[in-house]
Write a protein that binds this ligand. Structure first.
Ligand code: M6R
Length: 589
């Protein structure tokens, strides 16, 4: 939700262009508008260039300079207009502010500022911050003015301020992510590492309550509450530049779908000590709760089925429905919080509540340095690498593979589980050949003008239908509705007409026949039955044959949904990397 990127000491004296390039790497965080502010030595105020729409191939006419700060916006307060785009300036135009989050009390703050004659140009909550800093800096240093202003803001926020007078970028974090990049004589501030990965992998992830000042002389870290300087201990990330590039693929989404052939088997390099300790606790009777949002909640549900297979009654609760069930949590509960970003507000709220009630928190995350990582007692890092496409693919399959491995550890079959996951990678690699892709592209063409698609599956293939449908909806904007195979005939079958496409996701398992019976019922009403399964059947009008991988067939069935969503989206003119209205990490309630 909103991308922040700034640079101090740009080597090429082209800070605006450097920020523009970095913002393009962060566009997945919001693409309603973008904007850049720069200190131009020839002028006595900050220069700003901002526009609505995706940053795409945009160029900026801002003058040369060494310091710039920019933003990509996912709109919350105020419509998508040039005026509402960040950065926002104070009345003197010497303070530019960009922001990720929501200032819940901005109305009351604004009223006080209006009385003091501050002029507002936008409808945003962010502009209030610029004027508040201006007001406070009349009697205080810029550092104190910013820290005091930040303390007045209610809600989860990260702010970054470009200050003309001190020629510095000053940023504060409470709830929304910020990371600094330490290059050789150049310093970066961003919401996420890909923005500056080209220049450095030496980073520091800010904690809540941290502030940083980036200036010519380097980076200083502070505690916002006390105003005192802290020791900044940086770390080197093992991410490579190509992780943040498309590498010849037309879209990040397609690249990331293919990366799964490596990222799924990579999960076997799991921390065995951690997994064994956890499995001992589960064996000893700890309650297991799995939670997450969107795709991560489907991972939770699929894992619930894997746990059921080994006789453990795990609960899967979407984080946004967590509260009514939180009262059942006690000190003998393990909560697995599943999240790609580790910054999803609803997931964090659920985790905080579970923690309050004494649960042990296990974060199953992909991104690094997140809030969830800090809240958790144990971090199961799934190591899929940066996921840039807004639509989640490789993070999901790595999370599911990791949790599957955990279930094998609980039954002392971890080695067997690892062999299966490694084999899964190999089989998927063979299966995803030119022929399979041709079949999917031709199916996508056939479905191109459909407005409604239905999906059925049972047991482990039920969460697979949820994830498959979400991929179709997010990527192509086709309405795709998933059901448990048993559910359809209890009402929704009324919607089936001649030719209505209905996907049937199945595996060679104990419910295969039941699923085929449901398919037959739909077929009898004229539905077009598209099987996604490792076997043939007379019920299927079309078959996308997946490899028979036993209980892991579900991975292949889901990848069909990812690819189909991608090809449908491209065919229908959508942007598969940046679906409309979506943000990669939803840091607001
Ligand atoms: O970063 P998280 O995994 O916590 O994000 C959760 C959801 O917002 C996310 O999975 C969302 O549903 C994606 N758009 C799925 O593709």
């Amino acid at each position: 939700m909103c991308g922040i990127f700034g640079i101090i000491n740009d080597k090429k004296n082209q800070a605006a262009n450097t920020v523009l390039d970095g913002l393009k790497k962060l566009e997945y965080r919001g693409y309603d508008s973008w904007g850049i502010s720069i200190i131009d030595e020839g002028k006595n105020q900050i220069q700003v260039d901002k526009h609505i729409g995706k940053i795409g191939e945009a160029k900026t006419n801002l003058p040369p300079g060494k310091i710039a700060l920019g933003h990509t916006r996912w709109a919350t307060h105020g419509g998508v207009t040039d005026n509402n785009a960040h950065p926002h300036l104070d009345c003197t135009k010497k303070i530019a502010v960009i922001h990720n989050g929501i200032v819940e009390n901005y109305q009351e703050l604004k009223e006080e500022l209006l009385v003091k004659d501050h002029k507002f140009i936008s409808e945003t909550d962010t502009e209030v911050i610029a004027h508040l800093i201006e007001e406070k800096s009349k009697s205080k240093s810029i550092k104190e003015a910013i820290f005091e202003t930040f303390k007045l803001l209610r809600g989860s926020n990260a702010i970054a301020v470009l200050d003309f007078t001190s020629q510095a970028i000053i940023a504060c974090r409470n709830g929304s992510p910020l990371v600094v990049g330490i290059g050789s004589d150049q310093y970066f501030l961003a919401s996420d590492v890909p923005a500056f990965l080209k220049e450095t992998n030496k980073v520091y992830f800010l904690n809540d309550g941290d502030a940083v000042i980036l200036s010519n002389s380097g980076i200083k870290l502070f505690n916002i509450e006390t105003g005192k300087e802290k020791n900044l201990i940086s770390q080197i990330l093992d991410w490579k530049l190509e992780d943040a590039e498309k590498n010849g693929f037309p879209h990040f989404l397609l690249k990331e779908i293919y990366e799964q052939l490596k990222t799924i088997p990579k999960t076997t390099s799991i921390n065995e000590k951690q997994i064994k300790e956890l499995s001992e606790k589960i064996k000893s009777g700890y309650k297991v709760i799995l939670t997450g949002c969107g795709t991560a909640s489907y991972c939770a549900l699929a894992t619930k089925y894997f746990f059921a297979q080994i006789g453990i009654d795990a609960q899967a609760i979407p984080s946004y429905e967590f509260m009514p069930f939180s009262k059942f949590i006690d000190e003998k509960t393990i909560v697995f919080a599943i999240s790609q970003s580790g910054e999803t507000a609803d997931t964090l709220i659920a985790v905080k509540e579970a923690k309050k009630r004494g649960a042990e928190i296990i974060a199953v995350i992909n991104a690094r340095g997140s809030t969830l990582e800090r809240l958790a007692d144990t971090v199961l890092s799934v190591g899929a690498g940066p996921e840039i496409a807004v639509v989640s693919t490789k993070a999901f399959t790595s999370q599911l593979a990791t949790l599957y491995l955990l279930t094998t550890a609980v039954t002392d079959r971890l080695e067997e589980g690892k062999v299966k996951i490694i084999n899964l990678g190999k089989v998927l690699t063979k299966w995803l050949d030119v022929q399979s892709i041709k079949r999917l592209v031709s199916l996508a063409k056939r479905l191109m003008d459909e407005e409604h698609i239905y999906l059925i599956g049972k047991h482990i293939n039920y969460p697979a239908t949820l994830e498959f449908a979400l991929k179709i909806k997010e990527t192509s904007y086709v309405h795709a509705e998933p059901f448990s195979a048993g559910e359809l005939k209890h009402g929704v079958i009324t919607l089936i007409q001649k030719g209505t496409p209905c996907f049937v996701l199945a595996s060679n398992d104990e419910v295969k026949d039941e699923v085929l019976s449901s398919a037959a019922e739909i077929k009898a009403r004229g539905g077009l039955i598209i099987g996604v399964a490792p076997f043939e059947s007379n019920e299927f009008d079309v078959l996308i044959k997946t490899p028979d991988l036993g209980d892991l067939t579900v991975f292949a069935n889901i990848i069909v949904g990812q690819l189909l969503g991608y090809y449908l989206g491209v065919g229908r003119g959508a942007d598969p990397d940046k679906p409309r209205n979506l943000a990669k990490s939803v840091t607001v309630k």
